[in-house]
Design a protein around this ligand. Structure first.
Ligand SMILES: Cc1cc2nc3c(=O)[nH]c(=O)nc-3n(C[C@H](O)[C@H](O)[C@H](O)COP(=O)(O)OP(=O)(O)OC[C@H]3O[C@@H](n4cnc5c(N)ncnc54)[C@H](O)[C@@H]3O)c2cc1C
Length: 385
C-alpha cells in the first residue's frame, strides 16, 4: 500500500517521538515504527511488579540541560521532580565522592586542604614531564597525577571502553576532572530532574496525537521508505545499509539484575574503580525517585563489553581506525534522497537526552520549512563526522 502523503519515523525513542510529534502538530500524518515491543528506546522505564520501583531498563537516565526550550518542552509532557545526581565510587576498599572534588582529595590523601591549597597540591601532583599529552592516560597524568589517575580514572575507563586508557584519545579528558570545592552534583546544568512517572510515560504522552500511528514490534528496512513521502531514521546507520561495509563498533552493556529487601547501597549510582571488580557500577533504581517509598529494591550490576551482532548497541566506539568505515557509510547516506538520519544510532554519536530533543526539534522544523519551500531535506542535519 502506498502512503506517499505520510511520513515514516523509524524508532519510537526520544528522537523519533519528538520528530513525529512536531510533524503531527503541523498537520502531517506520521507512522512510527519500532522493532521493540515498547516505546521510549533506551530511555524506557517500567515499574517492577513486586517492589513498585521504577526501573531504568537500559541503564540509569538523568535529565539535565541548560537549554530552556528543551526543558520547557519535556515539562509539557511530564512533571519533572528535582533530582541531583550524586555519584559515589568504591576504590581500594574505600568509598569516595565523585566527580573528584575537595572532599575526595582530602579523604584520599588524608588531608584537610582548603581550595587554594588543594589546587597547588594537585598542580604539584601533576606529571610535568609530558609536554603534549597524546592519549587519555597522558592527559590524566598531566591533569591530576598518577595517584588520582590510578584510583579514580584508570580502572573504570579500562572497563568501560575495553582497552588501555593509553589507547584512547586525549580529547575524552580535555577539561580538568577535579573540583576544588565540595560540590558533588555530577552535572553542571541549570535544569536537572526526573520525570515523575518515568520516561516511558513521558514519551507515551509525546506520541499521543491523532495524526500519529504507532507500529511496535516492526523492523523497518531501508526499502520500506519508498512507500513514504520522507523517512526519519533513528536506527543504526550501518543496519540501514544491511552492514554492506561491515559493522560500526559499539560497546554494549550487560545488566545483572538483583533485588534486595531494604536499602542496598544508600545511593543511586556506585562506581567501582578497581579493575579487579568486573563491573563498572551498581545502580539502585529506587534512589532515582527519592519522592517515592519502597521497602524492596531493584539493582543492576553493569558490565561493559564489545558489542556483537545480536547485542544492543549502546556507546559508539569512535576509534581513529574506524573513521574510514564511518566515512563510507556517511557518503552512502548522503546519496539517499528521501531519508534523514537522526538520533544517537542514525548519526553514530553519543547524545544526551537534552541534545537529542534539541536536535529532533531542529530537524522537524528544518523539514517543515524546506517542505513549504519545496526544497530537499538533507540526509543529515547533524553529521557523524
Ligand atoms: C547506559 C546509558 C545511560 C544514559 N544515561 C543518560 C543520562 O543519564 N542522561 C542523558 O541525558 N542521556 C543519557 N543517555 C543517552 C540517551 O539514552 C539518549 O540520549 C537517547 O536514548 C537517544 O534517543 P534516540 O531516540 O536517538 O535513540 P534510542 O533510544 O536508541 O531509540 C532508537 C529506537 O530505534 C529502534 N530501531 C532501531 N532500528 C530499527 C528498525 N530498523 N526498525 C524499527 N525500529 C528500529 C530501536 O529499537 C530504538 O527503540 C544514556 C545512554 C546510555 C546508553
Amino acid at each position: 500500500m502506498s502512503r506517499t502523503d505520510t511520513i515514516a519515523v523509524v524508532g519510537a525513542g526520544l528522537s523519533g517521538a519528538v520528530i513525529g510529534r512536531e510533524l503531527a502538530e503541523a498537520g502531517l500524518r506520521v507512522e512510527i515504527f519500532d522493532l521493540r515491543g515498547h516505546i521510549a528506546g533506551n530511555c524506557h522505564t517500567e515499574r517492577d511488579e513486586q517492589s513498585g520501583v521504577m526501573v531504568h531498563v537500559y541503564g540509569p537516565h538523568i535529565f539535565h540541560t541548560d537549554d530552556r526550550e528543551v526543558w520547557d518542552y519535556v515539562n509539557r509532557f511530564q512533571t519533572f521532580l528535582p533530582y541531583k545526581n550524586r555519584v559515589k565510587t568504591t576504590t581500594g576498599g574505600q568509598v569516595y565522592s565523585l566527580p573528584i572534588n575537595l572532599h575526595t582529595i582530602n579523604q584520599f590523601f588524608r588531608t584537610a586542604l582548603r581550595p587554594d591549597e588543594a589546587r597547588a597540591f594537585i598542580a604539584h601532583q601533576a606529571d610535568r614531564s609530558i609536554p603534549t599529552p597524546s592519549n587519555f592516560e597522558e592527559q590524566a597524568l598531566c591533569l591530576v597525577g598518577r595517584d588520582l589517575y590510578e584510583a579514580f580514572l584508570k580502572g573504570y575507563t579500562q572497563k568501560q571502553w575495553g582497552c588501555a586508557p593509553a589507547e584512547l584519545p586525549a580529547s575524552i579528558l580535555q577539561r580538568l576532572p577535579v573540583r576544588f570545592n565540595y560540590d558533588d552534583n555530577y552535572f553542571f546544568h541549570q535544569y536537572q530532574g526526573m520525570p515523575e512517572n518515568g520516561y516511558t510515560d513521558m514519551i507515551g504522552r509525546i506520541l499521543d496525537h491523532a495524526n500519529i500511528t504507532l507500529h511496535l514490534g516492526v523492523r523497518f528496512v531501508g526499502a520500506s521508505g519508498d512507500h513514504f513521502a520522507h523517512t526519519f531514521y533513528s536506527g543504526p546507520l550501518d543496519a540501514y545499509f544491511e552492514y554492506e561495509h561491515g559493522r560500526l563498533a559499539y560497546r554494549t552493556l550487560d545488566f545483572e539484575r538483583f533485588t534486595y529487601e531494604g536499602d542496598y547501597q544508600g545511593c543511586a549510582v556506585m562506581n567501582y574503580g578497581d579493575v579487579e571488580v568486573p563491573y563498572t557500577r551498581v545502580t539502585e533504581h529506587k534512589h532515582f525517585a527519592p519522592w517515592e517509598e519502597h521497602a524492596g529494591s531493584v539493582c543492576y550490576r553493569e558490565f561493559s563489553r564489545a558489542g556483537g551482532p545480536d547485542d544492543i548497541p549502546y556507546y559508539p566506539l569512535r576509534r581513529a581506525e574506524a573513521e574510514t568505515q564511518l566515512s563510507t557509510y556517511v557518503a552512502r547516506a548522503l546519496r539517499e534522497r528521501s531519508t534523514t538520519f537522526v538520533g544517537r544510532l542514525g548519526t553514530y554519536r553519543y547524545l544526551d537526552m537534552d541534545v537529542t530533543v534539541r536536535e529532533a526539534l531542529d530537524t522537524a522544523r528544518c523539514f517543515l520549512s524546506r517542505r513549504s519551500a519545496r526544497a530537499p531535506m538533507p540526509a543529515f542535519l547533524h553529521r557523524p563526522i
